[in-house]
Ligand binder design. Structure first.
Ligand SMILES: NC(=O)c1ccc[n+]([C@@H]2O[C@H](COP(=O)([O-])OP(=O)(O)OC[C@H]3O[C@@H](n4cnc5c(N)ncnc54)[C@H](OP(=O)(O)O)[C@@H]3O)[C@@H](O)[C@H]2O)c1
Length: 276
């Protein structure tokens, strides 16, 4: 599979960028694809799919919100010669209502039925939501992050660990049919995470606990569509229920090393000016 191209969907995103870098450093031929990526790929414009798939043997499948297009894409991909899929899913996917995260669930189903090799990664919340996500970064820079966490901790995982795992699954054998849950090494409450980031940035940042109703109100006031409000609400509900509180050893099993600790992430992000 060495000389074949690897198609990375979401190639400009939080996991896609480090994945593209890691694969290229390993000498792989990579297509970094998205609407604004090096390779143009738009889930809602099927004419962009065939050129992106041409010559690709493996696909990093970051699903769209619309579940209907996913099986169509997976079938087209296998017909075009794709022999391996790695799906980016999420921790708690089996506990959330079937009405949310439908794209990721459809991607899991489609690759299982594809006849090709597949593996699935289900990460916890990413560290990089705090600096790469416009909403949280803006709030942190303004000195206040407000969320409905119920003080339940999350073993946040770093996108560099996710990218290293995805690169291994895309380029080495022995992972067909595996589902890897990926987390950081220890659960951290959002309150503790914000305190760590404030210390690292050298400035005061407050964490405010919201009720779910207050949170929905804040999201609507920011202009989020109702579907996005439902998804974020479901995500925090799953978190408050403790569905993804315990660390998992997917990073260790695939890479044979420990995942990055939140303190290290916060120090690096602060040094790069994330919250200045
Ligand atoms: N963030 C988390 O903590 C977390 C945790 C677990 C699972 N996940 C899952 O990971 C996935 C990525 O989420 P994220 O928030 O981290 O986003 P992200 O990867 O940082 O950004 C989204 C990516 O998708 C591309 N994209 C958007 N619309 C597209 C379209 N119509 N066609 C093709 N590409 C499109 C964007 O590039 P362009 O704008 O250039 O198109 C970008 O590369 C989601 O499925 C999410 O549910 C996230």
């Amino acid at each position: 599979m060495t000389d074949d191209a690897i198609l990375v969907l979401g190639g400009t995103g939080k996991t896609g960028r480090p994945l593209v870098r890691t694969l290229r450093e390993a000498g792989r031929l990579v297509r970094a694809a998205s609407r604004n990526g090096e390779t143009r790929f738009d889930w809602s414009d099927q004419s962009t799919w065939a050129p992106a798939l041409d010559g690709a043997a493996a696909v990093y499948l970051m699903a769209p919100a619309d579940p209907a297009v996913v099986p169509v894409f997976v079938q087209q991909a296998t017909e075009a010669g794709v022999r391996r899929f790695v799906v980016l899913s999420g921790r708690g996917i089996e506990q959330v209502p079937a009405t949310v995260f439908r794209g990721m669930a459809a991607a899991e189903r489609a690759v299982r039925a594809s006849g090709a090799e597949w593996s699935i990664i289900r990460p916890n919340n990413f560290n990089q939501n705090f600096d790469d996500d416009a909403v949280w970064r803006t709030q942190l820079r303004a000195g206040r992050l407000a969320l409905p966490t119920g003080s339940v901790p999350d073993p946040f995982v770093d996108v560099h660990d996710i990218a290293d795992v995805a690169a291994a699954l895309l380029t080495t054998d022995g992972h067909h049919g595996e589902v890897y849950e990926l987390s950081g090494p220890r659960p951290v409450t959002f309150e503790a995470a914000v305190a760590t980031m404030a210390r690292a940035a050298g400035r005061p940042i407050e964490f405010v606990e919201l009720t779910p109703a207050e949170y929905r109100g804040e999201l609507r006031a920011e202009g989020l569509p109702e579907e996005a409000v439902d998804e974020l609400d479901a995500l925090f509900e799953a978190m408050r229920a403790g569905h993804h509180t315990e660390p998992r050893d997917g990073v260790q099993r695939v890479l044979g090393r420990e995942p990055l600790d939140f303190d290290v992430y916060a120090a690096r992000a602060a040094a790069a000016g994330a919250w200045s």
